[in-house]
Design a protein around this ligand. Sequence first.
Ligand code: C5P
Length: 399
Amino acid sequence: MPRVVLGVAGGIAAYKAVELLRQLTETGHDVTVVPTDAALAFVGAPTWAALSGKPVSASTWDRVHEVPHVRIGQEADLVVVAPATANLLAKAAHGLADDLLTNTLLTARCPVVMAPAMHTEMWEHPATRANVATLRSRGVLVVEPAVGRLTGKDSGKGRLPEPEELAHLVRQVLARGSADLDLAGRRVVVSSGGTREHLDPVRYLGNRSSGRQGHALARAAVARGAEVVLVSSSGLPDPAGVKVLKVTSAQEMHDAVLAEARSADAVVMAAAVADYRPAERLAVKRKKTDTLDVEFVQNPDILAALVAARGQGQIVVGFAAETGDDHATVIEHGRAKLARKGCDLLVVNEVGESGHPTGFEGTHNAATVLGADGSTTDVPLVTKDALADVVWDLVAARL
Ligand code: C5P
Protein backbone atom coordinates (compact mmCIF):
# COMPACT_ATOMS: atom_id res chain seq x y z
CA MET A 1 0.00 0.00 0.00
CA PRO A 2 1.60 3.32 -1.02
CA ARG A 3 2.17 5.57 2.00
CA VAL A 4 0.96 9.10 1.42
CA VAL A 5 1.31 12.05 3.78
CA LEU A 6 -1.51 14.56 3.31
CA GLY A 7 -0.32 17.91 4.62
CA VAL A 8 -3.13 20.39 5.17
CA ALA A 9 -2.38 24.09 5.70
CA GLY A 10 -4.75 26.65 7.15
CA GLY A 11 -6.92 27.83 4.29
CA ILE A 12 -10.65 27.52 3.82
CA ALA A 13 -9.96 24.94 1.07
CA ALA A 14 -9.01 22.55 3.93
CA TYR A 15 -12.62 21.35 3.67
CA LYS A 16 -11.84 20.03 0.17
CA ALA A 17 -8.85 18.10 1.53
CA VAL A 18 -11.33 15.92 3.45
CA GLU A 19 -12.63 14.67 0.12
CA LEU A 20 -9.06 14.23 -1.17
CA LEU A 21 -8.31 12.09 1.90
CA ARG A 22 -11.42 10.03 1.19
CA GLN A 23 -10.47 9.54 -2.47
CA LEU A 24 -6.96 8.41 -1.55
CA THR A 25 -8.00 5.94 1.13
CA GLU A 26 -10.76 4.54 -1.13
CA THR A 27 -8.16 3.84 -3.84
CA GLY A 28 -5.89 1.86 -1.53
CA HIS A 29 -3.50 4.43 -0.08
CA ASP A 30 -2.27 4.48 3.49
CA VAL A 31 -2.70 8.15 4.39
CA THR A 32 -1.25 10.03 7.35
CA VAL A 33 -2.77 13.48 7.74
CA VAL A 34 -0.50 16.22 9.04
CA PRO A 35 -2.45 19.46 9.46
CA THR A 36 -1.13 22.79 10.66
CA ASP A 37 -2.67 24.46 13.73
CA ALA A 38 -4.51 26.86 11.43
CA ALA A 39 -5.90 23.95 9.39
CA LEU A 40 -7.34 22.49 12.60
CA ALA A 41 -9.25 25.76 13.09
CA PHE A 42 -11.06 24.99 9.82
CA VAL A 43 -11.44 21.19 10.11
CA GLY A 44 -10.95 19.43 13.43
CA ALA A 45 -8.61 16.54 14.23
CA PRO A 46 -11.48 14.03 14.76
CA THR A 47 -12.47 14.35 11.09
CA TRP A 48 -8.94 13.60 9.87
CA ALA A 49 -8.44 10.82 12.43
CA ALA A 50 -11.73 9.09 11.65
CA LEU A 51 -11.22 9.14 7.88
CA SER A 52 -7.52 8.19 7.93
CA GLY A 53 -7.77 5.69 10.78
CA LYS A 54 -4.69 7.21 12.42
CA PRO A 55 -3.88 9.64 15.20
CA VAL A 56 -3.60 13.23 14.03
CA SER A 57 -1.54 16.08 15.42
CA ALA A 58 -0.09 19.34 14.20
CA SER A 59 2.58 19.33 16.87
CA THR A 60 6.03 17.76 17.23
CA TRP A 61 5.33 17.36 20.98
CA ASP A 62 2.80 14.52 20.73
CA ARG A 63 3.98 10.86 20.86
CA VAL A 64 7.58 12.12 21.05
CA HIS A 65 8.90 8.60 21.74
CA GLU A 66 7.95 7.70 18.15
CA VAL A 67 9.98 10.65 16.82
CA PRO A 68 7.15 11.63 14.45
CA HIS A 69 8.90 14.75 13.17
CA VAL A 70 11.44 12.52 11.40
CA ARG A 71 9.62 9.21 10.92
CA ILE A 72 6.55 10.43 9.04
CA GLY A 73 8.60 12.13 6.32
CA GLN A 74 11.15 9.33 6.04
CA GLU A 75 8.52 6.63 5.60
CA ALA A 76 6.42 8.43 2.99
CA ASP A 77 6.21 7.41 -0.67
CA LEU A 78 4.68 10.78 -1.51
CA VAL A 79 3.81 13.98 0.34
CA VAL A 80 0.94 16.10 -0.96
CA VAL A 81 0.13 19.43 0.66
CA ALA A 82 -3.40 20.56 -0.15
CA PRO A 83 -4.16 23.34 0.36
CA ALA A 84 -0.71 24.91 0.55
CA THR A 85 -1.15 28.46 1.86
CA ALA A 86 1.16 31.41 1.11
CA ASN A 87 2.51 31.00 4.65
CA LEU A 88 3.24 27.29 4.22
CA LEU A 89 4.96 27.91 0.85
CA ALA A 90 7.12 30.60 2.47
CA LYS A 91 8.09 28.35 5.37
CA ALA A 92 8.87 25.42 3.08
CA ALA A 93 10.91 27.60 0.70
CA HIS A 94 13.04 28.81 3.61
CA GLY A 95 13.36 25.46 5.39
CA LEU A 96 11.59 26.48 8.60
CA ALA A 97 10.61 23.62 10.87
CA ASP A 98 8.32 24.87 13.62
CA ASP A 99 5.54 22.29 13.42
CA LEU A 100 5.01 18.68 12.37
CA LEU A 101 4.23 19.46 8.71
CA THR A 102 7.29 21.65 8.09
CA ASN A 103 9.51 19.05 9.84
CA THR A 104 7.99 16.34 7.66
CA LEU A 105 8.76 18.36 4.51
CA LEU A 106 12.43 18.54 5.54
CA THR A 107 12.77 14.81 6.18
CA ALA A 108 10.84 13.56 3.13
CA ARG A 109 12.98 12.23 0.26
CA CYS A 110 10.01 11.14 -1.87
CA PRO A 111 8.10 13.20 -4.49
CA VAL A 112 6.44 16.28 -2.95
CA VAL A 113 3.31 17.78 -4.52
CA MET A 114 1.99 21.14 -3.33
CA ALA A 115 -1.41 22.44 -4.37
CA PRO A 116 -1.54 26.13 -3.42
CA ALA A 117 -4.86 27.83 -2.72
CA MET A 118 -5.15 31.49 -1.78
CA HIS A 119 -6.52 34.79 -3.00
CA THR A 120 -5.21 35.95 -6.37
CA GLU A 121 -3.34 38.88 -4.82
CA MET A 122 -1.42 36.56 -2.50
CA TRP A 123 -0.64 34.11 -5.32
CA GLU A 124 0.63 36.95 -7.54
CA HIS A 125 2.68 38.68 -4.82
CA PRO A 126 6.42 38.76 -5.67
CA ALA A 127 7.20 37.03 -2.36
CA THR A 128 4.95 34.08 -3.24
CA ARG A 129 6.25 33.99 -6.84
CA ALA A 130 9.81 33.76 -5.50
CA ASN A 131 8.91 31.04 -2.98
CA VAL A 132 7.17 28.98 -5.65
CA ALA A 133 10.18 29.36 -7.97
CA THR A 134 12.51 28.23 -5.17
CA LEU A 135 10.39 25.18 -4.39
CA ARG A 136 10.14 24.25 -8.08
CA SER A 137 13.90 24.61 -8.53
CA ARG A 138 14.28 22.02 -5.75
CA GLY A 139 12.05 19.55 -7.54
CA VAL A 140 8.78 20.18 -5.71
CA LEU A 141 5.76 19.79 -7.99
CA VAL A 142 3.83 23.02 -7.32
CA VAL A 143 0.45 22.69 -9.04
CA GLU A 144 -1.01 25.84 -10.63
CA PRO A 145 -4.20 26.84 -8.79
CA ALA A 146 -7.48 26.74 -10.68
CA VAL A 147 -9.37 29.83 -11.79
CA GLY A 148 -12.84 30.35 -10.37
CA ARG A 149 -14.83 31.25 -7.29
CA LEU A 150 -12.70 32.15 -4.24
CA THR A 151 -13.79 32.34 -0.60
CA GLY A 152 -16.00 35.37 -0.81
CA LYS A 153 -17.96 36.78 -3.72
CA ASP A 154 -14.82 37.29 -5.75
CA SER A 155 -13.31 34.96 -8.29
CA GLY A 156 -9.92 34.58 -9.95
CA LYS A 157 -6.85 32.38 -9.90
CA GLY A 158 -6.26 30.71 -6.55
CA ARG A 159 -8.80 27.91 -6.17
CA LEU A 160 -7.73 24.48 -5.02
CA PRO A 161 -8.26 22.08 -7.97
CA GLU A 162 -11.08 19.59 -7.45
CA PRO A 163 -10.15 16.77 -5.00
CA GLU A 164 -10.83 14.03 -7.55
CA GLU A 165 -8.36 15.60 -9.97
CA LEU A 166 -5.75 16.07 -7.23
CA ALA A 167 -6.17 12.42 -6.25
CA HIS A 168 -5.66 11.44 -9.88
CA LEU A 169 -2.48 13.53 -10.07
CA VAL A 170 -1.18 11.91 -6.86
CA ARG A 171 -1.79 8.45 -8.34
CA GLN A 172 -0.05 9.48 -11.56
CA VAL A 173 3.08 10.69 -9.71
CA LEU A 174 3.12 7.52 -7.60
CA ALA A 175 2.67 5.28 -10.66
CA ARG A 176 5.67 6.89 -12.31
CA GLY A 177 7.58 6.24 -9.09
CA SER A 178 9.85 9.20 -9.62
CA ALA A 179 10.03 12.83 -8.69
CA ASP A 180 11.90 13.52 -11.91
CA LEU A 181 10.31 16.67 -13.33
CA ASP A 182 11.79 16.21 -16.80
CA LEU A 183 9.31 18.63 -18.38
CA ALA A 184 9.96 21.44 -15.87
CA GLY A 185 10.31 24.78 -17.61
CA ARG A 186 8.56 23.37 -20.71
CA ARG A 187 5.28 24.64 -22.08
CA VAL A 188 3.11 22.05 -23.79
CA VAL A 189 -0.22 22.24 -25.61
CA VAL A 190 -2.57 19.26 -25.79
CA SER A 191 -5.92 18.98 -27.59
CA SER A 192 -8.68 16.64 -26.49
CA GLY A 193 -12.20 15.56 -27.31
CA GLY A 194 -14.27 15.34 -30.46
CA THR A 195 -15.25 18.56 -32.20
CA ARG A 196 -18.89 19.46 -32.79
CA GLU A 197 -19.88 20.92 -36.11
CA HIS A 198 -23.17 22.74 -35.80
CA LEU A 199 -25.93 22.56 -38.41
CA ASP A 200 -28.16 24.96 -36.52
CA PRO A 201 -28.47 26.20 -32.90
CA VAL A 202 -29.72 22.76 -31.79
CA ARG A 203 -28.04 20.09 -33.89
CA TYR A 204 -24.46 19.18 -34.53
CA LEU A 205 -22.33 16.44 -36.07
CA GLY A 206 -19.89 14.88 -33.66
CA ASN A 207 -17.88 11.74 -32.98
CA ARG A 208 -17.30 9.22 -30.19
CA SER A 209 -14.13 10.71 -28.75
CA SER A 210 -14.45 11.11 -24.97
CA GLY A 211 -11.35 13.24 -24.48
CA ARG A 212 -9.91 10.75 -22.00
CA GLN A 213 -6.58 10.23 -23.78
CA GLY A 214 -6.01 13.98 -24.20
CA HIS A 215 -6.89 14.66 -20.56
CA ALA A 216 -4.51 11.87 -19.50
CA LEU A 217 -1.75 13.50 -21.58
CA ALA A 218 -2.38 16.87 -19.93
CA ARG A 219 -2.37 15.35 -16.44
CA ALA A 220 0.79 13.34 -17.12
CA ALA A 221 2.57 16.48 -18.35
CA VAL A 222 1.60 18.32 -15.13
CA ALA A 223 2.99 15.40 -13.11
CA ARG A 224 6.31 15.86 -14.94
CA GLY A 225 6.49 19.58 -14.18
CA ALA A 226 5.30 21.11 -17.47
CA GLU A 227 3.17 24.21 -17.90
CA VAL A 228 0.15 22.74 -19.67
CA VAL A 229 -2.55 24.24 -21.88
CA LEU A 230 -5.41 21.93 -22.83
CA VAL A 231 -7.61 22.95 -25.75
CA SER A 232 -10.64 20.78 -25.31
CA SER A 233 -14.05 20.07 -26.76
CA SER A 234 -14.63 17.35 -24.16
CA GLY A 235 -17.01 17.60 -21.23
CA LEU A 236 -14.59 15.91 -18.80
CA PRO A 237 -13.61 17.83 -15.63
CA ASP A 238 -10.55 20.09 -15.88
CA PRO A 239 -7.36 18.28 -14.80
CA ALA A 240 -5.52 19.84 -11.84
CA GLY A 241 -2.87 22.40 -12.71
CA VAL A 242 -3.92 22.78 -16.35
CA LYS A 243 -5.07 25.91 -18.18
CA VAL A 244 -8.15 24.70 -20.05
CA LEU A 245 -9.52 26.46 -23.13
CA LYS A 246 -12.94 25.15 -24.11
CA VAL A 247 -13.80 25.04 -27.78
CA THR A 248 -16.59 23.49 -29.82
CA SER A 249 -15.77 23.34 -33.52
CA ALA A 250 -12.67 22.36 -35.50
CA GLN A 251 -12.22 25.98 -36.57
CA GLU A 252 -12.26 27.18 -32.93
CA MET A 253 -9.82 24.43 -31.99
CA HIS A 254 -7.57 25.40 -34.91
CA ASP A 255 -7.48 29.05 -33.80
CA ALA A 256 -6.84 28.26 -30.12
CA VAL A 257 -4.22 25.55 -30.74
CA LEU A 258 -2.27 27.63 -33.26
CA ALA A 259 -2.27 30.70 -30.99
CA GLU A 260 -1.10 28.67 -27.96
CA ALA A 261 1.45 26.70 -30.00
CA ARG A 262 3.47 29.82 -30.79
CA SER A 263 5.24 29.66 -27.44
CA ALA A 264 5.07 25.88 -26.91
CA ASP A 265 7.89 23.36 -26.76
CA ALA A 266 5.56 20.52 -27.75
CA VAL A 267 2.05 20.14 -29.15
CA VAL A 268 0.08 16.89 -28.94
CA MET A 269 -3.05 16.64 -31.08
CA ALA A 270 -5.08 13.97 -29.32
CA ALA A 271 -8.40 15.48 -30.33
CA ALA A 272 -10.68 13.81 -32.87
CA VAL A 273 -11.16 16.72 -35.22
CA ALA A 274 -14.02 16.59 -37.73
CA ASP A 275 -12.70 16.71 -41.27
CA TYR A 276 -15.84 18.45 -42.56
CA ARG A 277 -18.41 20.95 -41.34
CA PRO A 278 -21.75 21.99 -42.79
CA ALA A 279 -21.15 24.74 -45.37
CA GLU A 280 -23.78 26.80 -43.62
CA ARG A 281 -24.72 27.08 -39.95
CA LEU A 282 -28.34 28.17 -39.77
CA ALA A 283 -29.23 30.88 -37.25
CA VAL A 284 -32.61 29.24 -36.58
CA LYS A 285 -33.59 25.62 -36.12
CA ARG A 286 -33.93 23.78 -39.42
CA LYS A 287 -37.48 22.72 -40.18
CA LYS A 288 -38.28 19.08 -40.86
CA THR A 289 -38.36 18.14 -44.56
CA ASP A 290 -38.78 14.79 -46.33
CA THR A 291 -35.12 14.56 -47.18
CA LEU A 292 -32.11 16.41 -45.88
CA ASP A 293 -29.43 17.77 -48.18
CA VAL A 294 -26.45 19.26 -46.43
CA GLU A 295 -23.37 20.52 -48.20
CA PHE A 296 -20.10 20.03 -46.34
CA VAL A 297 -16.83 21.91 -46.63
CA GLN A 298 -13.44 20.80 -45.41
CA ASN A 299 -12.13 21.90 -42.02
CA PRO A 300 -8.54 23.07 -41.71
CA ASP A 301 -6.07 20.28 -40.86
CA ILE A 302 -4.73 21.56 -37.54
CA LEU A 303 -1.81 19.13 -37.44
CA ALA A 304 -0.68 20.15 -40.93
CA ALA A 305 -1.00 23.84 -39.99
CA LEU A 306 1.05 23.23 -36.83
CA VAL A 307 3.80 21.54 -38.81
CA ALA A 308 3.83 24.37 -41.35
CA ALA A 309 4.03 27.04 -38.61
CA ARG A 310 6.29 25.24 -36.16
CA GLY A 311 9.21 27.00 -34.53
CA GLN A 312 12.74 25.78 -34.06
CA GLY A 313 12.91 22.63 -31.93
CA GLN A 314 9.17 22.32 -31.35
CA ILE A 315 7.93 18.70 -31.21
CA VAL A 316 4.58 17.97 -32.86
CA VAL A 317 2.69 14.75 -32.11
CA GLY A 318 -0.35 13.43 -33.96
CA PHE A 319 -2.77 10.60 -33.30
CA ALA A 320 -4.21 8.30 -35.93
CA ALA A 321 -7.02 5.81 -35.55
CA GLU A 322 -6.51 3.29 -38.32
CA THR A 323 -7.83 0.00 -39.64
CA GLY A 324 -5.87 -2.36 -41.89
CA ASP A 325 -7.26 -3.18 -45.34
CA ASP A 326 -6.39 -5.21 -48.47
CA HIS A 327 -3.60 -2.81 -49.43
CA ALA A 328 -1.70 -2.22 -46.19
CA THR A 329 -1.50 -3.00 -42.48
CA VAL A 330 -2.37 -0.51 -39.76
CA ILE A 331 1.33 0.32 -39.31
CA GLU A 332 1.93 0.81 -43.03
CA HIS A 333 -1.00 3.23 -43.17
CA GLY A 334 0.46 4.94 -40.07
CA ARG A 335 3.91 5.33 -41.66
CA ALA A 336 2.36 6.87 -44.76
CA LYS A 337 0.30 9.27 -42.62
CA LEU A 338 3.34 10.26 -40.55
CA ALA A 339 5.20 11.15 -43.74
CA ARG A 340 2.18 13.01 -45.14
CA LYS A 341 1.54 15.03 -41.98
CA GLY A 342 5.20 15.80 -41.31
CA CYS A 343 4.94 15.51 -37.51
CA ASP A 344 7.67 14.08 -35.25
CA LEU A 345 5.63 11.31 -33.65
CA LEU A 346 2.39 9.61 -34.62
CA VAL A 347 0.47 7.53 -32.08
CA VAL A 348 -1.30 4.87 -34.13
CA ASN A 349 -4.33 3.11 -32.68
CA GLU A 350 -5.94 0.15 -34.30
CA VAL A 351 -9.64 0.96 -34.18
CA GLY A 352 -11.11 -1.78 -32.01
CA GLU A 353 -14.18 -3.87 -32.61
CA SER A 354 -17.26 -2.57 -30.88
CA GLY A 355 -16.86 -3.31 -27.16
CA HIS A 356 -13.07 -3.65 -27.45
CA PRO A 357 -11.37 -1.93 -24.51
CA THR A 358 -9.08 0.29 -26.61
CA GLY A 359 -9.72 3.65 -28.14
CA PHE A 360 -12.56 6.05 -27.86
CA GLU A 361 -14.61 5.68 -24.70
CA GLY A 362 -12.51 3.26 -22.65
CA THR A 363 -9.98 3.81 -19.89
CA HIS A 364 -7.32 1.74 -21.68
CA ASN A 365 -5.49 2.04 -24.93
CA ALA A 366 -2.99 0.11 -27.02
CA ALA A 367 -0.90 1.83 -29.66
CA THR A 368 2.24 1.91 -31.72
CA VAL A 369 4.14 5.18 -31.62
CA LEU A 370 5.95 5.87 -34.88
CA GLY A 371 8.83 8.34 -34.99
CA ALA A 372 9.85 10.44 -38.01
CA ASP A 373 13.35 9.07 -37.28
CA GLY A 374 12.10 5.57 -38.14
CA SER A 375 11.62 4.43 -34.54
CA THR A 376 8.71 2.19 -33.51
CA THR A 377 7.47 1.89 -29.92
CA ASP A 378 4.84 -0.76 -29.25
CA VAL A 379 2.61 -0.06 -26.27
CA PRO A 380 0.46 -3.04 -25.22
CA LEU A 381 -2.97 -2.57 -23.65
CA VAL A 382 -2.35 -0.15 -20.76
CA THR A 383 -4.23 2.66 -19.06
CA LYS A 384 -4.50 5.91 -20.98
CA ASP A 385 -2.39 7.46 -18.18
CA ALA A 386 0.40 4.96 -18.86
CA LEU A 387 0.25 5.53 -22.64
CA ALA A 388 0.46 9.26 -21.93
CA ASP A 389 3.71 8.73 -20.02
CA VAL A 390 5.18 6.75 -22.94
CA VAL A 391 4.33 9.64 -25.28
CA TRP A 392 6.00 12.18 -22.94
CA ASP A 393 9.06 9.89 -22.59
CA LEU A 394 9.43 10.02 -26.38
CA VAL A 395 8.79 13.77 -26.52
CA ALA A 396 11.23 14.50 -23.66
CA ALA A 397 13.93 12.50 -25.44
CA ARG A 398 13.48 14.71 -28.52
CA LEU A 399 13.32 18.11 -26.79
O1 C5P B 1 -5.82 12.55 -41.05
P1 C5P B 1 -6.36 12.11 -39.74
O2 C5P B 1 -7.64 12.79 -39.35
O3 C5P B 1 -6.46 10.63 -39.59
O4 C5P B 1 -5.23 12.56 -38.71
C1 C5P B 1 -5.42 12.44 -37.34
C2 C5P B 1 -4.57 13.43 -36.63
O5 C5P B 1 -4.71 14.72 -37.22
C3 C5P B 1 -4.95 13.62 -35.17
O6 C5P B 1 -3.79 13.96 -34.42
C4 C5P B 1 -5.94 14.79 -35.23
O7 C5P B 1 -5.96 15.48 -33.99
C5 C5P B 1 -5.34 15.61 -36.35
N1 C5P B 1 -6.32 16.35 -37.16
C6 C5P B 1 -6.19 17.71 -37.25
N2 C5P B 1 -7.08 18.45 -38.00
C7 C5P B 1 -8.05 17.83 -38.70
C8 C5P B 1 -8.18 16.44 -38.63
C9 C5P B 1 -7.30 15.72 -37.86
O8 C5P B 1 -5.29 18.25 -36.64
N3 C5P B 1 -8.89 18.57 -39.41
